[in-house]
Design a protein around this ligand. Structure first.
Ligand SMILES: Nc1nc2c(ncn2[C@@H]2O[C@H](COP(=O)(O)OP(=O)(O)OP(=O)(O)O)[C@@H](O)[C@H]2O)c(=O)[nH]1
Ligand SMILES: [Mg+2]
Length: 561
């Protein structure tokens, strides 16, 4: 058994002293737990923990010199009779008509002042508070100084208000003396509804078999044995079990001694609260378990998320556009000058997406470019792929966590889904696509193209001039011959051919370089998109995983007795 509840049970011992500082540290751990899981786990599961933290804080702030002991049990078991017998006064009416006690009565041993705040908190009306002044009894009662004894209504009452009052008080008192009688000691309701529920408060539980005088003396040990067996099945092994007779002072000695010990130890309040923390920790154990949380979503799921984000952000479309833009711009810079102008008339593929074109390249990508892109909206398929990828990230991150957590992780993963489209658009708009600079080789090839074109133009001009001179009948130009071909013709044809040749040779290089530009842009876009995924999906998931780890550690501290 290695879960936290198991550890609580192992260290549970009735006679163990509870160190107030250790108890406060445990309560602080419960508070840390509650802070860690705030908003992540259903509030309804956390009510008992909140209640204990609040109650313990108040009880510890009130008098620690007083011990509040309640007499609880079925109607007619003799609670009021025991109360009066201990107080040696007729404080609480004892009756034949059942149920008799409808409101809680309190008797305080020692001065009332210190006890009043405690009784205000417990909720006993001032007119039902009594003082057992020891001055009347010489020193007889000093051993019980600090005791606040409560006579509760019956817990199995036909009166609903009685049951509610008992349940409320059982949550507040430091110790409970369960009063059973020989007729009803084995009643299911006593054991199932109350005693069993109190098994974590064994060290502040006493059980008395009252009205022992009604049994033939040899029967008493047999009934006590039977009751002990029932208590064992209730999980109350080892609790003090006494036989009492309220109508005979000799039959009260055992209970009185037990109460004197409780008062002297001043441990009941601390033990009760420690038992409360045990109960709360055991209840929360299932919510937290002992899973070792992963440090974050696993790589496979993150890769899937990044792919889906890239798809939704239009990374393939933008990188295709980068390739086409490269070809477009390289063509404009290195193509045959005769047709270059015509190329320029065609729109730049990147500018069509409202991504920085050549003239915008000097501008820093700023927030003002935000959401100004015209990258196509994600298709329904891309959106659903993104939804699935986010779900997968959450599922994988929460795979090891107890059932209460995957929901919180999924909610966190989806918490910023609404902001994702804008964030992705900003990321795309802000990515340097690597087309800002015109490569040197474009300029060299472009220069060569101008040069050969100039050569052709010179040849053309020369030929045209010769033609005009001939038409006007003027003396012809001296046309030097290169081999069989006149020089102007050679210049014209050579220039034109060289231009076409350079263009033809450049084209495959441009295509190759465009593919590289596309790959580089895709790489940069993917990195930016992954950053968005980190911020908008993974970081919220990690926060929940961190909260889980904190909650688990806090609960482990709270379990440490
Ligand atoms: N013989 C005998 N009778 C007892 C003893 N204790 C109580 N009685 C009687 O049992 C009856 C019920 O006692 P109560 O003290 O009123 O019982 P209670 O538990 O306070 O009952 P509720 O107030 O109705 O919850 C009374 O008639 C008492 O006189 C006892 O130890 N021996
Ligand atoms: Mg009573």
């Amino acid at each position: 058994m290695n879960n936290i509840a198991g550890r609580v049970r192992e260290v549970f011992r009735g006679d163990q002293r509870v160190d107030p500082d250790a108890l406060i540290a445990r309560l602080e751990a419960v508070r840390r737990f509650l802070t860690a899981v705030d908003g992540l786990l259903p509030d309804s599961d956390l009510v008992p923990a909140h209640t204990v933290v609040e109650r313990a804080g108040t009880r510890l702030a009130l008098s620690r010199d007083h011990t509040v002991v309640a007499l609880a049990g079925a109607t007619g078991s003799g609670k009021s009779s025991l109360f009066n017998a201990l107080a040696q006064l007729e404080l609480s009416p004892v009756g034949v008509r059942r149920p008799t006690t409808g409101v809680t009565h309190a008797c305080v041993w020692g001065p009332l002042e210190g006890a009043n705040h405690l009784l205000d908190w417990v909720g006993v009306l001032p007119r039902h508070r009594f003082v057992r002044e020891s001055a009347l009894d010489a020193d007889d009662e000093t051993a019980l100084h600090g005791l606040i004894l409560l006579d509760l209504p019956d817990f199995d009452s036909v009166q609903r208000s009685h049951r509610l009052e008992v349940d409320r008080l059982l949550g507040l008192v430091d110790q409970v003396v369960w009063v059973v009688d020989p007729q009803k000691y084995a009643d299911r309701v006593v054991h199932d509804s109350y005693l069993r529920e109190f098994h974590r408060h064994r060290d502040v539980t006493v059980v008395v078999l009252n009205q022992a005088d009604r049994l033939p003396p040899p029967e008493v040990p047999r009934v006590l044995d039977d009751l002990r067996r029932l208590l064992d099945t209730d999980g109350l092994t080892g609790v003090p079990l006494l036989a009492t007779t309220a109508i005979d002072p000799a039959g009260m000695v055992g209970l009185r001694n037990a109460l004197e010990r409780t008062v002297a130890e001043r441990q009941a309040a601390l033990r009760r609260l420690a038992g409360d923390v045990d109960t709360v920790v055991a209840g929360l154990d299932e919510l937290v378990g002992s899973a070792r949380p992963t440090r974050g979503p696993d790589d496979g799921a993150v890769a899937g998320l990044n792919r889906a984000l890239a798809g939704a952000a239009g990374v393939p479309a933008v990188s295709e556009a980068v390739e086409r833009a490269y070809r477009h711009r390289a063509g404009a810079a290195t193509g045959w000058p005769v047709v270059r102008g015509w190329r320029r008339l065609r729109p730049d593929p990147l500018r069509r997406l409202h991504l920085p074109g050549p003239t915008d390249a000097t501008d820093e990508p700023t927030e003002s470019l935000v959401a100004a892109t015209s990258v196509p909206d994600p298709t329904a398929a891309q959106r659903s792929a993104l939804g699935l990828a986010i779900r997968a990230v959450a599922d994988r991150a929460a795979a090891e966590l107890p059932a209460a957590w995957p929901g919180a992780v999924t909610t966190a993963a989806r918490s910023r889904l609404g902001d994702l489209p804008d964030a992705l658009d900003r990321a795309i708009a802000g990515t340097d696509l690597g087309l800002d600079h015109r490569p040197l080789w474009w300029r060299i090839v472009g220069g060569v193209q101008w040069l050969v074109t100039l050569t052709a133009v010179v040849g053309l001009g020369w030929l045209a001039l010769g033609y005009v001179l001939r038409v006007l009948g003027l003396p012809a130009l001296d046309n030097p011959m290169v081999g069989q071909v006149p020089l102007p013709t050679l210049l014209l044809l050579g220039g034109l051919l060289a231009g076409l040749l350079v263009a033809a040779l450049t084209r495959p290089v441009v295509r190759w370089a465009a593919r590289r530009a596309k790959a580089r842009a895709r790489q940069r876009l993917t990195v930016r998109v992954a950053e968005v995924g980190e911020e908008y999906v993974l970081a919220p998931v990690r926060i929940v995983l961190g909260s889980y780890a904190q909650a688990r550690d806090a609960l482990r501290d709270a379990a440490r007795r």
